[in-house]
Design a protein around this ligand. Structure first.
Ligand SMILES: [Zn+2]
Length: 227
């Protein structure tokens, strides 16, 4: 089949195809975790390898999401090219259909998708904003106009605020603010290290699994070698 006469009536994705895409995502994450732990065995900087794997994982995740939309029969604008669409074109075609009045669908959630989203989030990324109530205003006055300052008072952590905004605060308040920042940075760094440690441990377990279960070469590799 040549590309020019390939004209699918509907863009479809089989349940098996969806499942295999998810398995591929799991395997790619497995590879990434292994590379993280490989640094314990091989003194190399693996940043490029990890960057490449991350990029591939993102592409496959995108394909998996697009396939999920297709399997749900999401409305798609007609294809702008011949042959199967690229994953991001499926998203764009769906958005175009939604803009024209179709209802918006989202890719189904999967376990691997949930884990990937969690790994992407900065751990405790809300630390700098860990106060959600209303914030008191600065009690200082603007020197030029003599009017009450309209800035918000600076947050000092643990639900407490200074009397002033940063530009009006006293040396003592400024010091407490710096201490609060230091504690935040430390907490953030600690949770990063904790996560790194967890990922390394998981990677280590996968390596042990590989060692145990893959004592011999897979048959397909031998078959290809003998071609
Ligand atoms: Zn102020």
């Amino acid at each position: 089949m040549t590309e020019s006469n390939y004209a699918p009536e509907v863009d479809s994705a089989s349940p098996l195809g969806l499942q295999i895409l998810e398995e591929l995502r799991v395997l790619l994450l497995e590879c990434q975790l292994v590379v993280i732990s490989l640094a314990d065995e091989v003194d190399l900087n693996f940043e490029d390898c990890l960057g490449g794997l991350t990029a591939v994982r993102e592409l496959v995740a995108q394909a998996s999401g697009a396939a999920s939309l297709m399997s749900q029969n999401a409305a798609l604008d007609s294809s702008w090219s011949t042959g199967p669409s690229r994953p991001k074109a499926i998203y764009a075609r769906h958005t175009a259909a939604v803009n024209a009045g179709a209802s918006r669908l989202t890719p189904n959630t999967s376990l691997i998708g949930t884990v990937e989203a969690r790994l992407e989030r900065l751990p405790h990324s809300d630390l700098s904003q860990n106060y959600s109530g209303s914030r008191p205003g600065c009690t200082g006055f603007v020197a030029k106009t003599g009017k009450r300052c309209t800035n918000t008072a600076i947050y000092l952590g643990a639900g407490s605020f200074a009397q002033h905004c940063y530009s009006h605060c006293t040396p003592g308040e400024r010091q407490r603010y710096r201490d609060h920042q230091d504690r935040q940075n430390q907490a953030l760094e600690d949770s990063w290290l904790e996560r790194e440690e967890l990922l390394r441990l998981v990677g280590r377990n996968i390596i042990d699994d590989w060692v145990q279960n893959r004592g011999q070469q897979p048959p397909w590799l031998i078959e290809l070698a003998e071609q």
